[in-house]
Write a protein that binds this ligand. Structure first.
Ligand code: ADP
Ligand code: NI
Length: 212
């Protein structure tokens, strides 16, 4: 195995991550990965738990092979991550951890209780924090536009058959505050949750203007 230099490994993973989001919407671009990495490292410090190296790599690679953007054929996340990290001389145990975090992080995978390592809980919190607050609102409308969904469908707050981005707030975004794993993320989430509520209040006010 090659000698592993943490800074060099991170630089190489960043370069790979930048390329990996090609074709994803702007809510899932490189800057999402960068924000999740920064949030995750912040949570690690505040909580003083989890391995920083594993957290940073896992954050940068958490959206590899995201099912929302998956094309058929081609290697899956396991193979992509193994090949990249093995080539950089990262140890097998770390690779295993990164793959598991990638696999179970998704809100929609419904498999959130399968692992509970400190690294997993922190990266999951960071990813969820980036889905709420002002950034979360921007990401939701961008993704909705990318899928050509309606902004809002009155009298239909959510659901898969008739998706709207305001509906997505009720399907997911407003639930995230109470799903945080760490207390530091819970505090940040409560601020960001207020931003969502304030936004919705303003949205309905303007939508109904001047009726109310
Ligand atoms: P995860 O990747 O954790 O499974 P999602 O795929 O549900 O989470 O969401 C990732 C990002 O895409 C979030 O910012 C989320 O708000 C946005 N998003 C996902 N589905 C929708 C949707 N139907 N409408 C608007 N935004 C969406
Ligand atoms: Ni993500």
């Amino acid at each position: 195995m090659k000698e592993m230099n943490a800074t060099r490994v991170i630089n190489r993973i960043e370069a790979f991550a930048k390329k990996s989001t090609h074709g994803f919407d702007s809510g899932h671009d490189w800057w999402h990965l960068d924000r999740v990495r920064n949030l995750a490292l912040y949570l690690q410090k505040a909580e003083n738990t989890g391995d920083r190296f594993i957290i940073e790599i896992s954050a940068l690679l958490h959206d590899i092979d995201d099912k929302k953007f998956r094309t058929t054929g081609g290697p899956g996340a396991d193979a992509i991550i193994s090949e990249l990290l093995m080539g950089l001389g990262v140890g097998e145990n770390i690779i295993h951890d990164v793959i598991r975090i990638n696999k179970y992080i998704s809100f929609s995978s419904g498999a959130k209780n399968e692992i509970s390592s400190a690294e997993f809980l922190i990266v999951q919190d960071a990813d969820r924090l980036d889905a709420i607050g002002a950034i979360g609102i921007a990401r939701a409308f961008n993704y909705g536009g990318f899928r050509n969904n309606a902004i809002y469908i009155p009298d239909n707050d959510g659901g898969v058959n008739n998706p709207s981005t305001i509906g997505h707030f009720y399907d997911k975004l407003l639930l995230l505050r109470d799903m945080m794993n760490t207390s530091t993320a819970r505090e940040l989430a409560s601020e960001r949750h207020k931003v969502l509520e304030e936004f919705l209040g303003n949205f309905y006010h303007e939508w109904n203007f001047p009726k109310e």
